[in-house]
Design a protein around this ligand. Structure first.
Ligand code: AMP
Length: 395
């Protein structure tokens, strides 16, 4: 795997695909600069070697060039975080960008205008990618959040740097963390899969059945399994057309020696509301008019034991409707178990979709070994797919 360490950046211009798709308020202030902070180590390392840096990113989903999606809004924050003045080119290609890149001196940073002001970016246009490529000497991809897209700046551009392309520190860390879970994992390995639907997680489940010893299935998915096994799920979310699939997963797990843990009790509510009446019931006996919205105490006891005995833990998806306080307890408890197991020496990776939001909301971020920065990209990696942005560097 080629990383920054494979190159000497002295007097070289690195063109880096970063993910600066940050949230802005109505006055165009950056409200969460995490993604800019996350790219800083890569940028700093290159500048420290005497290189210069050209940053390219998208922001939002503009239709053509729209001022509200201009990366000029993040210029000040980026300069503050990097601790150097950042130059700006009002178009990512064309004479202005060419000139600015040409004049860039060691230690200097240039930010290019939003890549998606050009339709060619998402179309993966080769000529557009070639123009971007002409700005730098070495291509660095540090944008995990878009690594699953075959866009001009994330994938196509790499062909113009046959020997001078590499992963940035952030992207390398994402790949390394995932490999620690799925390839070189220390046993026992446990995957916790929650969220709302079996249908959106099925490929992940199938792919990781070969890599784990335990699988905890929680959240709304629970009820498709329970109903398939003959239980009564009341008004709980349930995909009737996925019941066969649920049974097939259980059969496969048995064949592969994977222990599946499904909640045995749940917090049931008489309404999908934070103020609903609730009761703890056996997961197979949920009365009509009631729906299971969180894992119950007996289930949590079992999950705690499994998590505490695990050496590698993957967490994707909440155990309940964590957005409502009444049904967040299971997800919070699970976060605490994983944090404790991590403190005991286990490796824990959280990623893909909503679990990252839950982890941040409940303050578990620093207690996990690694929290992935790319929702969709991480899900696709968990599904066993090769991401085009990663393949293009490995090529
Ligand atoms: P996903 O995007 O598939 O990871 O699903 C996350 C969503 O699943 C969250 O918004 C949760 O509120 C929801 N969820 C978790 N448990 C349940 C449940 N028992 N019933 C309905 N929705 C749930």
């Amino acid at each position: 795997m080629k990383t920054l360490n494979n190159f000497d950046f002295n007097n070289k211009k690195a063109i880096i695909r970063v993910d600066f798709n940050v949230p802005l308020d109505e006055n165009f202030n950056v409200t969460d600069a995490n993604r800019i902070e996350a790219a800083k180590p890569t940028i700093d390392a290159i500048l420290a070697q005497g290189g210069s840096v050209i940053l390219m990113s998208h922001l939002g989903r503009p239709k053509g060039a729209q001022d509200k999606y201009s990366l000029k809004h993040i210029l000040k924050t980026t300069s503050e975080i990097l601790g150097v003045p950042v130059q700006f080119a009002t178009n990512c290609v064309g004479p202005e960008a060419q000139e600015a890149a040409k004049n860039l001196k060691p230690g200097e940073v240039l930010l290019l205008e939003n890549l998606r002001f050009h339709d060619e970016e998402e179309a993966g246009d080769v000529a557009f990618a070639k123009e971007l490529a002409s700005l730098g000497d070495i291509y660095v991809n540090d944008a995990f959040g878009t690594a699953h897209r075959a866009h001009a700046s994330t994938t196509i551009i790499a062909q113009f740097f046959p020997t001078s392309k590499c992963f940035g520190l952030l992207l390398a860390k994402e790949i390394e963390s995932l490999n620690k879970v799925l390839k070189n994992s220390e046993k026992p390995v446990t995957a916790v899969l929650g969220g709302s639907k079996v249908s959106s997680k099925i490929t992940v489940i199938e792919n990781i059945l070969d890599k784990v010893d335990h699988m905890i299935i929680g959240g709304g998915m629970t009820f498709t399994f329970v109903k398939a096994l003959g239980g009564k799920v009341g008004d709980s979310i349930c995909e009737d057309d996925k019941q066969e699939l649920a049974l097939e997963i259980l059969r496969l797990a048995k064949e592969k020696g994977v222990q599946i843990h499904i909640p045995i009790d749940v917090v049931a509510a008489n309404d999908f509301s934070n103020t609903a009446d609730t009761q703890i019931v056996d997961v197979r006996e949920i009365p009509d008019g009631w729906q299971g919205l969180d894992a119950g105490p007996k289930s949590l006891e079992i999950f705690e034991k499994v998590i505490m005995e695990s050496k590698t833990i993957l967490w994707n998806g909440p155990l309940g409707v964590f957005e409502m306080e009444t049904f967040a307890k299971g997800t919070i408890a699970l976060g605490n178990y994983i944090a404790a197991s991590t403190a005991n020496g286990a490796f824990s990776l959280v990623g893909g979709g909503d679990s990252v939001a839950a982890v941040k909301q409940f303050g578990f971020e620093d207690k996990m070994s690694y929290v992935s920065t790319g929702g969709g990209a991480m899900l696709e990696m968990l599904e066993g797919r090769t991401l085009p942005g990663i393949a293009a560097i490995l090529d």
